[in-house]
Design a protein around this ligand. Sequence first.
Ligand code: TXD
Length: 312
Amino acid sequence: MAANATGRKKIALIGAGQIGGTLAMLCGTRKLGDVVLYDVVEGMPQGKALDLSHLAPVFGLDFKITGTNNIADIAGADVCVVTSGLPRKPGMSRDDLVKTNAEIVRNVAKGIKEHAPGALVIVITNPLDAMVYLMQKETGFPTNRVIGMAGVLDTARYQAFLAEELNVSVSSVSAFVLGGHGDDMVPVRSYTTCNGIPVGNLIKADRLDAIEKRVRGAGGEVVALLKTGSAFYSPAASAIQMVEAYLLDQRRVLAAAVMLNGEYGLKGVYLGVPIVMGKGGVEKVVEIELNADENKALHESADRVKQLLAIL
Ligand code: TXD
């Protein structure tokens, strides 16, 4: 992993919208490196970068942030986080975005391949599992360096709702949501605990069913309330957890969309599964034994992702 001329890491944010701007702020405040904020809208990334550069003295941060409409400015980036694309409007499913966002992802993949060939690429754009698949195909980067962010966010939503239900700290809840980033995502109850105590021992099954239903619809719940755009604070924070796992070689176990090569009985498809993330990107896919219902749900979710890939 190369550092840039300052000795600091270079993080390229492709798309400077709601998530991109929040990512830029988090990269700065968490001292992860220098930031290049790229977007096709003229002036907007430059404006956000200028604003964020004025936050630096307030917090005593020395990060450098540049806004640009020239993709060549991402040159030599260690990490590219891709949010370019349209977000959902109320009533839309993530899959409705497939054609428009595929065009955009194809475009930026070309730029990443040319200017940041050594970067780890984290894709956030929806429909997530199809867009990260496309990014890997278009860049031709090894699959350990092209990862989709959704599992960290979906898991965080599950954790938040469970902590609220149990009236305990969010840090006491350990959970997993696997599968595709759609309404058929798979909250894995059998591996979800409150400090080691299975949640099924603490919350009645019908109540857990309702919580898991809310997890699956949580993105849509936010979209319906906002009316324009979709969630952005928590998606940005979730991606930052992945950037940190990579740059700081944390070997963190988290859920992410990765290319499967026979794991979980699936091949040639990007899907959310537990991985170990460190300086090699995806260092390992962790295979856990799922119960029959969870396994069935995971495969149904994979079928849905494959249907989207067929459209591409
Ligand atoms: O968990 C997850 N993966 C997600 C995904 C959670 C929430 C939202 N998720 C998706 O992320 C959402 O459905 C969208 O597809 C993306 C980005 O969401 P965001 O809220 O940041 O959308 P914005 O604010 O509309 O920003 C998108 C920016 C916008 O500024 C466009 O001008 C820009 O993308 N854009 C481009 N940038 C670079 N290059 C090209 N070609 C381009 N086209 C549009």
